[in-house]
Design a binder for this molecule. Structure first.
Ligand SMILES: [Zn+2]
Length: 435
């Protein structure tokens, strides 16, 4: 490398170079995170052709989840014996490869009978080894259901969950690293956008939520229910580091629900009209926030009902319009969480070298692992405002990352962007259309 004359190096002062909060030209971000309960293969294929399809569908990058074990035709990897691959196992593997599935909805659905201790761990280990052997990783875990799902991870309101308690026979959290789990949903829900741009009104809102949470927590302490206290971070930020009972750290995230019967109303693909109503989407854009929408795309489980009633289809079309018009960035759950982590914890520097603007990525200050050099994949979609986007070079170590200059956005600033992650490819679904 040519030595640089120090006299030619001028620090670029903020705000000339700054991180854009979302990939260009988006102003907010949304994922739809679906728990796979009661979803058969035919429904799964139809739903995702409609949502994700770029030719006859809406072209939305929306991912889904699977169970480790379960009844046939419920998108579980193993049958109920915990060892025989189900008829859906191959579909699940293809979906993991393409990114159409990125979430494990816990090891299984145990709503009517808790998992047997002698069954749970061997099954979980088998799933982890089977996927690892094929180079498949799952970065998101979503807890499932009723309190007798002892396999679930820690959540403040459910002392029954024991998956991360090393003293319990249901302990399996030591298998999560090898599976690739980085993020988990324990059970936190809110009805407002999170990780908003800080403005006077959002700071006011934050303070109000903090105060409400403090008052509620005080009452819980008086009632000796301290363990159920809600940390204000859970209603302000999309993601927060959480130490499980075995000292394992993961990033827990909060999901969004809006439902006529309140935040805990049971969401399905027939209630998307509420979560995605025009007011909710406008609010998300105005606050430049994040939303991971809680739903069950496989429900209702009744073939005589339309796949998407008109109101829900309209809400999804409106979301697709926001996405294709460059207002709301729709991404799969794992892509959105990964991006959130990178953009909120990126360390970088920028200097002017002659006519060039040189940005160096230093690290991601990952709250779980500590500072580390990110992979190029983790930086996908990262966008910097730069006064000279065509003359901006972005380095990761000594490598120049392929970047694209973008014109001025509504703030009047041009930017330079690392390519956004690809949407999951779904053509392979044609091979799986019948059960
Ligand atoms: Zn569930």
């Amino acid at each position: 490398m040519q030595p640089i004359d120090p006299a030619k190096i001028q620090p670029v002062l903020k705000p000339e170079v700054s991180l854009r909060p979302f990939p260009y030209p988006f102003q907010a971000a949304l994922a739809i995170a679906s728990d796979i309960d009661r979803c058969d293969r035919s429904t799964f294929v139809q739903v995702h052709r409609y949502l994700n399809g770029t030719r006859s569908g809406l072209g939305l990058p929306i991912s889904d989840s699977f169970f480790g074990t379960g009844k046939p035709h419920h998108m579980a990897y193993f049958l109920e014996d915990g060892r025989t691959p189900s008829e859906d196992a191959e579909l699940i593997r293809c979906c993991l490869e393409s990114g159409l599935i990125d979430t494990l909805h816990s090891w299984g659905a145990f709503d009517f009978q808790p998992p047997r201790e002698e069954f749970l761990r061997p099954m979980a280990q088998r799933l982890m080894e089977t996927l690892s052997a094929r180079g498949l990783r799952v970065s998101v875990w979503s807890n499932h259901g009723a309190p007798i799902n002892f396999q679930n991870l820690y959540v403040r309101t459910r002392p029954e969950f024991m998956g991360d308690d090393p003293g319990s026979d249901y302990y399996t959290a030591d298998l999560l690293d090898n599976l690739g789990i980085k993020f988990y949903w324990g059970g936190e829900l809110v009805a407002l956008p999170l990780s908003n741009r800080r403005t006077f009104s959002t700071v006011f809102m934050e303070r109000r939520h903090q105060l409400e949470t403090i008052v509620k927590n005080f009452i819980k302490r008086l009632l000796e229910r301290s363990a159920t206290q809600r940390n204000p971070r859970m209603v302000l930020h999309l993601c927060y580091p959480t130490t499980l009972r075995d000292n394992h750290s993961l990033l827990q995230f909060t999901r969004y629900n809006r439902h006529p019967s309140g935040v805990w109303g049971h969401p399905t693909r027939h209630t998307l009209r509420y979560a995605l109503d025009s007011t909710a989407l406008r609010e998300l854009i105005a606050r430049q926030g994040y939303q991971i929408v809680y739903t069950h795309l496989g429900m209702p489980h009744d073939g005589s009902l339309p796949l998407f009633p008109e109101e829900d289809a309209k809400a999804l079309e409106s979301l697709a319009d926001h996405y294709h018009q460059g207002r709301i960035w729709v991404a799969t759950t794992s892509v959105l969480l990964n991006y959130w982590l990178a953009v909120h914890h990126l360390r970088w520097s920028a200097v002017a070298e002659g006519e060039k603007v040189v940005i160096r990525i230093i690290a991601i200050n990952d709250p779980v692992t500590g500072p580390r050099i990110p992979s190029a994949n983790e930086l996908a979609g990262i966008t910097f405002y730069s006064p000279r986007p065509h003359d901006t070079i972005i380095y990761l170590d000594d490598r120049v990352l392929p970047a694209r200059a973008q014109p001025a956005d509504t703030s009047g600033q041009p930017s330079v962007e690392l390519d956004c992650p690809n949407a999951p490819e779904i053509d392979f679904l044609a091979h799986f259309s019948s059960p």
